[in-house]
Design a protein around this ligand. Structure first.
Ligand code: GUN
Length: 288
């Protein structure tokens, strides 16, 4: 392997230590403990792991988390009731409804019901709008994690051609939006590719920074990567052979200059940015 590893796990540890200091200061000054409410509907094993990791990270940083577990048969009205209750609860500063939701529930209706001031995922239309306008209330966790991974490893984005493969509301679209804004870790020229892109490999080969967020195991192969490119793998796929990303790591690591591992790349930073948003939501309450 010739590429340098972008170690998300150790960076997450560093940033979480910084957040823990800020949380301790905040509690000392304001006598308020930042609190994240997590909501899981059903018992998807992957979602259970994500929620557990998020709650453990809260604890490590000195924040509170309160978990609400609902059955897979929960109706949309019941979930809306819980969201409204959490919106009204002054002891809750951030609300995270784990996705995906069971099919009887309209995800958009739920995400739009979350008080935008507590929307630490940055999924509410008001917060997405503010992000697009370049005056964000919160930054979406996974895109922010990708950006921090680049910035803190000294990888310049200004003027670079970044190709994002994947157009999801959680990663592809918000990441592209962040990277075209003005400022540190942005000012990039961004192309968004997806399943209908013609000659995808020809486009990805023009990327100086290539971000894979498609949800297909080992989809990005070495022939799709420009020699010396920085490759960021957002995918987490469960296969019979274990966890793997959207990038064929072994092959691409021979071509790229930098590459993220899966696990231990973007994932730990997503959680870290959620903690940042929870503290920020709590600060905004104090400042109001
Ligand atoms: N499911 C997969 N990623 C996410 C995320 O970032 N937030 C929430 N709430 N659910 C998810």
């Amino acid at each position: 392997m010739t590429a340098q590893l972008l170690d998300g796990k150790s960076l997450a540890k560093t940033i979480q230590a910084e957040i823990a200091v800020e949380v301790a200061e905040f509690i000392e000054n304001n006598k308020i403990v930042p609190c994240l409410a997590t909501v899981l509907v059903g018992a998807d094993p992957a979602s259970e792991v994500y929620i557990r990791n998020k709650r453990q990270a809260c604890e490590r940083c000195g924040m509170e988390s309160r978990h609400h577990s609902l059955s897979a048969e929960t109706t949309e009205a019941e979930l809306l009731d819980l969201v409204h209750k959490l919106n009204r609860d002054d002891g809750v500063h951030g609300i995270l409804v784990q996705l995906p939701l069971p099919k009887q529930i309209d995800e958009q209706r739920i995400l739009t019901a979350v008080n935008p001031s507590k929307d630490v995922d940055c999924f509410h239309p008001e917060n997405v709008g503010l992000l697009v306008q370049g005056r964000p209330r919160f930054l979406p966790c996974t895109p922010h994690g990708v950006q921090q991974l680049l910035v803190r490893n000294g990888i310049e984005t200004a003027g670079k051609h970044v190709v994002v493969v994947g157009r999801s509301d959680i990663v592809g679209k918000p990441l592209a939006n962040m990277l075209v804004q003005k400022g540190t870790g942005a000012d990039a020229t961004v192309t968004v590719c997806h399943s209908r892109t013609r000659d995808l490999a020809a486009v990805t080969r023009t990327a100086e920074i290539l971000v894979a967020a498609i949800g297909k195991p080992r989809f990005i192969t070495a022939d799709m990567v420009r020699p010396g490119a920085v490759v960021v793998d957002v995918g987490i796929n469960r296969t019979d052979a274990g966890l793997c990303g959207d990038v064929d790591f072994a092959g691409v690591a021979e071509v790229a200059s930098h590459i993220t591992p899966v696990p231990g790349g973007v994932g730990p930073l997503t959680i870290t940015m959620l903690l940042k948003n929870t503290l920020s939501a709590c600060r905004q309450v104090v400042l109001r």
